[in-house]
Design a protein around this ligand. Structure first.
Ligand code: NAP
Ligand code: GCO
Length: 265
């Protein structure tokens, strides 16, 4: 049956940085689809709040504190998941940071920090779980890319460099692991209403106008919009999709620009 394609019963899903925003939405949707969900974060306090959110939604949640850039902590964290829940079937590399700083004003340390979290950490997590997926001839890895995997803009050079690299790292994981029935894809959100974008979204920030005119859908995306794409890529429905970046962007990447006053219809 078609609905069975999206049934994740018995699957173990790890969403990194999943205590709020896009990651939280993904965790809930995968949990509703039957997955045993694990979320990690840097903060036990945020994980406790996340467990309560899941409880109120009638969902179970397993949580772990670890820094995704710390190879030893990642190895120990995955080992605990494997002991308590089973091997990781679905990895969502969601944790991410952004630093909005002009290139000439940016310290190299700022650039390195963004690259470590947004590009190196997804590799650390994937290298830790892929051997088991390869051995079982089954696995799903979803790397959280961005429309900034394709476009740059002023002040986000580190972020765009990381997300652009993650797009091609996703392709390379596909080239090496697809033959073992492991599907590695990315999601490229457009502008989504989360904490990460609150600084450029709230009030009358000029960025709002840019997003409204550049996004054909005429709205900011919601975390739920991204979570639905994650369900597809985590499910059997996407077993022949590999190395692909699924953009969830309201059409912004399809849009060169919008001439105000033109009559569309
Ligand atoms: P967010 O609200 O800032 O959440 C990011 C999460 O990552 C937070 O839970 C954060 O934990 C966690 N995190 C950061 N560094 C970490 C580390 N070293 N170890 C473990 N966890 C860490 O971001 P979001 O908007 O939901 O975005 C989620 C993902 O989607 C990110 O990869 C982002 O780049 C990407 N994305 C977002 C948008 C958008 O418009 N919002 C668009 C395209 C792509 P703490 O809160 O404890 O720091
Ligand atoms: C920015 C935004 C973007 C979004 C997202 C767009 O400052 O331009 O934060 O980078 O987070 O990545 O897809």
């Amino acid at each position: 049956m078609v609905n069975d394609l999206f049934d994740l019963s018995g699957k173990v899903a790890l969403i990194t940085g999943g205590t709020h925003g896009i990651g939280l939405a993904i965790g809930k949707v995968l949990g509703e689809a039957g997955a045993k969900v694990c979320v990690n974060d840097l903060s036990e306090e945020k994980l406790a709040a996340c467990r309560e959110e899941f409880r109120l939604a009638g969902l179970e949640l397993y949580t772990l504190v670890f820094d995704v850039t710390d190879e030893k902590a990642v190895d120990e964290g995955i080992s605990r998941i494997e002991r308590d829940l089973g091997p990781v079937d679905i990895l969502v590399n969601n944790a991410g940071i952004i630093r909005r700083i002009p290139i000439l004003a940016m310290a190299i340390s700022d650039f390195r920090e963004v690259i470590e979290v947004d590009l190196v950490a997804p590799l650390i997590l994937a290298k830790r779980v892929a051997p088991g997926m390869i051995g079982r001839r089954s696995g799903k890895i979803i790397n959280m890319c961005s429309m900034m995997s394709v476009y740059g803009r002023n002040t986000v050079s580190a972020y765009a460099s990381a997300k652009g690299g993650l797009k091609l790292l996703t392709a390379n994981m596909c080239c090496e692991w697809a033959k073992y029935n492991v599907q590695i894809n990315g999601i490229g959100p457009g502008y989504i209403a989360t904490e990460q974008t609150s600084a450029i979204r709230v009030g009358d920030h000029p960025f709002n106008d840019l997003v409204m005119t550049r996004t054909p859908a005429g709205r900011w995306g919601e975390p739920q919009d991204v979570a639905h794409a994650a369900l597809f890529l985590a499910s059997r429905a996407s077993d022949f999709v590999n190395g692909h970046i699924l953009y969830v962007d309201g059409g912004i990447l399809a849009n060169f620009g919008y001439v105000k006053g033109e009559n569309d219809v």
